[in-house]
Design a protein around this ligand. Sequence first.
Ligand SMILES: O=C(O)C(=O)C[C@H](O)C(=O)CO
Ligand SMILES: [Zn+2]
Length: 278
Amino acid sequence: MSLAVRQASHPEAARHYDTAALRAHFLVETLFRPDAVELTYSHVDRIVVGGAMPVAGPLALETHKALGQATFLARRELGVCNVGGRGRVVCDGEAFDLAPRDMLYVAMGTGDVRFESADAAEPAKFYLFSTPAHARHRTVLVREADANALELGGQEQANTRTLRQYIIPGRVESCQLVMGLTTLKPGNVWNTMPSHVHDRRCEAYLYFGLGTDARVVHLMGEPEETRHLVVANEQAIISPPWSIHSGCGTSAYSFIWAMGGDNQDFTDMDMVPMGVLR
Ligand SMILES: O=C(O)C(=O)C[C@H](O)C(=O)CO
Ligand SMILES: [Zn+2]
């Protein structure tokens, strides 16, 4: 298992970052490596984003000095979404089978978490998003068909998409973690435009479902000081509370959004009027 630690950035510092610095602070380029758990610990809300890709055998979620705890989930909760082939997550001996696009909420206090693929020829790829937690809730599996689905956008804005809320109050109880998956319809390319910020919560995006040469130009930064990151398939963005998070693809794609912070109110967004964006 590898875990890289990233410091949070002040927006006034981020204004001066060049392309390499923007990518080093806000883009996670490699999440899925065969037979590895790859984690990035960010001081933005102390989130952990990463991936587990079991091929030859099961992989365990181990603790790390950065967490200061005997087990990874001693003081944390975890969202897991499978973006690969069929797989299984075993939590303290209880097995949960995840088809592609299923999500699992894993409760604080779960001691042993293992990841397995059903077929090594088509391995599972488990996207991981973890936030600090203070209470133990139930571990719950949410299948894609059982998530709250919202149909959003329009063809004229090239942003017709289905947003599915999986881990959200009323569906799955958590301390602060909120997580879901948005899929653009073919021929649609824009996400989350008009853009918004929510200083109460940070957000992370994992873009997936892109072809080898396809890219998403992800927009970030303060609304009046935007920057961009060119993002390839299965790369993730860490979006600090002060940043917009929006993007335009060279083709349709999906992304997993996940949030942590002071509230779990999905609708609590400060919309940015188009005239404000720079
Ligand atoms: O399609 C969208 O719009 C989104 O997925 C937006 C994100 O969920 C978001 O930014 C929530 O705050
Ligand atoms: Zn948002």
